[in-house]
Write a protein that binds this ligand. Structure first.
Ligand code: NCD
Length: 348
């Protein structure tokens, strides 16, 4: 486990170990307060963040380490035209581990090629968000008692949400999970994710109406409509308030429903829900810090040298306009059928 680019690449047994450690850290924080003494985290946030940034930083500090970084790309040399490669190479001289959020899909993978240090993906555009998924799994396990045998409703912007793609991929490792994909046409899950369900024989249904489906759910994962990822702002305006979870919609919901949201919320969950014991999104925030502490702990404890990439001759050229290959020069070719960075299949 050198880098964390996609939680799907991490074996299930390893995920379980990290979740168990998160639990132990949460119950015995004192035991861990010096385990990363002297280590330095570089926290590179090219896109806005509150939770992910602060939870990584506090996770490192609570384990005894230190943090450097920026939370605004304009205060870094990227604003002067520096390439991702040069930024990562530079930061690698200072830090032991790098956490990066960037708006380009596949940017975490690209960055990881330029460092021997561990690189953790804190969100690469609309692609993936592995540590949010670790947070989600930890929260589900803690409050639902298990990571299998449940029906989960994913509601809102399934098209642009990296938390959604990450969560689906990782939950596919667990048995008997039924997905209910609740979204209007404009926000439906991408076809390549539907192919993922089919290829892995995972049960899913599509729905538009939240209220009509709520009674079946054990977990409801609400998401924000991702304004920043729309090509056409008029479509955003049309769908931005398509779902608002309120007390009325919860009337038929199960008593032990878990309501999750990666946050930030805009209007998709009414504030009246916050006091409902089924609303777990603020507990989820806290779980995120412990999950990241556990991840750091295991990464440093079991650091396994370099990752072995299979390079093909040439430079990666991907047609996805949001892919890192569109802006970063000379990225080595990794994929034959699909882009090795954003995973988008090449057109034949
Ligand atoms: C999410 C993200 O950045 O993808 N937030 C987070 O990391 N907790 C969700 C979002 O921005 O809507």
């Amino acid at each position: 486990m050198k880098n964390i680019i996609d939680l799907y690449d991490v074996e299930k047994s390893k995920i379980e170990k990290i979740l168990n450690t998160a639990e132990d850290i949460q119950s015995n924080p004192k035991k861990y307060e010096k385990v990363l003494e002297g280590k330095i985290l570089a926290s590179l946030f090219f896109e806005p963040s509150t939770r992910t940034n602060f939870s990584f930083s506090t996770a490192m500090m609570r384990l005894g380490g230190n943090v450097i970084g920026f939370s605004d790309a304009n205060s870094s040399s990227t604003a002067k035209g520096e390439s991702l490669k040069d930024t990562i190479k530079t930061v690698s001289a200072y830090a032991d581990v790098i956490v990066m959020r960037n708006s380009y899909e596949g940017s975490a993978k690209a960055g990881s090629l330029y460092t021997d240090k561990t690189l953790i993906n804190a969100g690469d555009g609309g692609h993936l968000h592995p540590t949010q998924t670790l947070t989600d799994l930890y929260t589900i396990k803690k409050y639902h008692g298990k990571l299998n045998d449940f029906t989960i409703g994913l509601c809102g912007d399934l098209k642009h949400g990296r938390t959604i793609q990450s969560l689906i991929k990782s939950l596919s490792k667990y048995e008997n999970i039924k997905f209910v994909l609740i979204a209007p046409k404009e926000l439906e899950l991408n076809d390549f994710m539907i192919d993922f369900f089919k290829k892995n024989q995972i049960s899913y249904t599509k729905a538009v109406n939240l209220e009509e489906n709520i009674a079946d759910l054990d977990i409801l994962y609400m998401t924000r409509v991702q304004k920043e990822r729309f090509d056409d702002i008029n479509i955003y305006e049309r769908v931005k308030n398509v779902y608002v979870l309120d007390n009325k919609k919860l009337v038929n919901a199960k008593e032990n429903l878990c309501i999750l949201h990666p946050l930030p919320r805009v209007d998709e969950i009414a504030e009246e829900i916050d006091s409902d014991p089924r609303a777990l999104y603020f507990q989820q925030v806290e779980c995120g810090m412990y999950a990241r502490m556990a991840l750091f702990y295991h990464l440093f404890k079991e650091k396994s040298g370099k990752s072995s990439e299979k390079y093909t001759e040439g430079t990666e050229i991907c047609e996805n306009p949001r892919c890192i290959t569109q802006v970063e020069k000379n990225l080595p070719k990794l994929g034959l059928k699909a882009c090795g960075y954003c995973e988008r299949e090449f057109k034949k």
